[in-house]
Design a binder for this molecule. Structure first.
Ligand SMILES: NC(=O)C1=CN([C@@H]2O[C@H](COP(=O)(O)OP(=O)(O)OC[C@H]3O[C@@H](n4cnc5c(N)ncnc54)[C@H](O)[C@@H]3O)[C@@H](O)[C@H]2O)C=CC1
Ligand SMILES: CC(=O)C(=O)O
Ligand SMILES: [Mg+2]
Length: 371
């Protein structure tokens, strides 16, 4: 199969969808791998490493896209990339469609087959291609929040660990999944006072058991969120309803109840954000202030630690990439219903119910397409 790896073009996105190690595996199985020149540089993988792995280097971005059967990316396609996508091609990447109607309609119009990393499932009920980046983003969320609490960033001037004689800062994490657990774990490590809110009792039980009471676990209700809003120095938004737009859990009116200079880090921004006042920002300008509250809403947080993130992401995606390359999308998805859950758009139709619901469109059951 002809596989292409374009250079990512989202603001400050330095990850790449395939490492030289992955290229070598695919070439050994008889596939043709074309990598756009410089695609791996930001993650520390020079062109020469891809060449040594047997990949072809291509400087011309149009040629990279036009000749491919399977396109591997990291971030959702940007407008100029959507314009390059054609019917018959398969795109495998993060999509986060429920947050972006223009992108959804663009992918439908392309006629291509679009498989999203973030909705592929596993036997344990997890999201194996989202989890590695959620681990990274959860850990980064506390670094970003701690920095944003500094006065020069518009924050209240609170040091999360406190110092002897001064109490630590309070961190609330809404959503105790992969992002939430990793954020809570980092905040605990810094010495902050940590509360995790989740709607899933089994998840709260797991956290309680793992951390032996060192973090508070609270069932997520409107009252519990009100309390977190009043008490916290830093709130991290980490909820997810897979494939769907994030619920708005903190409204603009509620910001008035927060301490001035408190910080909201909305990791769920890639699914539209879980705070009413969130809007996607970039690593170039990651924060803004609304009603005295600092907001950090970067939609590609792991892009900033591209070396670690690329290795973690591609470790998880490579087996799926090999299945797509060896069998074609239809057989690969037919053989694995968890992989089929990744199909979001095919031949002009939406194949993921939560995405269709977000825009009042019809969806098609992927099972009817892959048999
Ligand atoms: N901004 C970025 O760069 C990145 C963003 N993300 C995003 O972070 C979000 C979280 O991802 P994961 O932790 O992997 O998901 P997950 O599925 O592991 O965890 C989500 C948790 O939210 C809980 N939840 C759902 N509704 C809730 C509510 N109303 N109140 C409290 N908890 C609620 C669920 O029970 C679940 O435990 C996703 O939107 C994901 O796409 C992930 C990686 C990078
Ligand atoms: C999951 C996601 O949005 C990211 O890794 O950028
Ligand atoms: Mg996005």
């Amino acid at each position: 199969m002809k596989i292409a790896v374009p250079k990512e073009i989202k603001n400050h996105e330095y990850r790449v969808a395939l490492t030289p190690t992955g290229a070598r595996e695919l070439v050994a199985r008889g596939h043709q791998v074309t990598v756009q020149g410089g695609a791996g540089e930001g993650a520390g993988f020079p062109d020469s490493d891809y060449e040594a792995a047997g990949a072809r280097l291509e400087a011309d971005v149009s040629a990279v896209w036009s000749d491919a059967e399977l396109i591997l990316k990291v971030k959702e396609p940007q407008a100029e990339e959507v314009a390059r996508l054609t019917a018959g091609q398969t795109l495998f990447t993060y999509l986060h469609l429920a947050a972006e109607e223009t992108l959804t309609r663009g992918l439908m119009a392309s006629g291509a087959t679009c498989i999203a990393y973030e909705t592929v499932t596993d036997r344990q009920g997890g999201l194996p291609l989202l989890a590695p980046m959620s681990t990274v983003a959860g850990r980064m969320a506390v670094q970003a929040g701690a920095h944003s609490l500094e006065k020069a960033q518009g924050g209240a001037g609170v040091l999360l660990p406190g110092v002897p004689g001064v109490a630590p800062g309070k961190v609330a994490v809404i959503g105790g999944g992969v992002v939430g657990e990793n954020a809570a774990r980092m905040a605990l490590g810094l010495g902050a006072e940590v509360t995790v809110l989740d709607k899933s009792i089994p998840r709260l039980e797991t956290l309680d058991d793992r951390y032996q009471g060192r973090m508070k676990t609270v069932f997520s209700t409107a009252d519990a969120i009100d309390e977190a809003v009043r008490e916290s120095d830093l709130i991290i938004g980490a909820v997810l309803i897979p494939g769907a737009a994030a619920p708005k859990l903190i409204t603009r009116a509620m910001l008035a109840d927060m301490k001035p200079g408190s910080v909201l880090v909305d990791v769920a921004i890639d699914q539209g954000g879980c705070f009413e006042t969130s809007r996607a920002t970039t690593h170039a300008e990651p924060t803004y202030v609304v009603d005295g509250i600092v907001h950090y809403c970067v939609a590609n947080m792991p892009g900033a630690v591209a070396r670690t993130s690329t290795q973690a992401l591609t470790n998880a995606t490579l087996p799926f990439v090999m299945a797509l390359a060896d069998k074609g999308w239809q057989q690969a998805l037919a053989d694995d219903p968890h992989f089929a859950a990744g199909l979001n758009v095919h031949d002009g139709r939406i194949t993921y119910a939560a995405v269709a619901e977000a825009f009042g469109l019809e969806s098609v059951d992927p099972a009817t397409l892959v048999k």
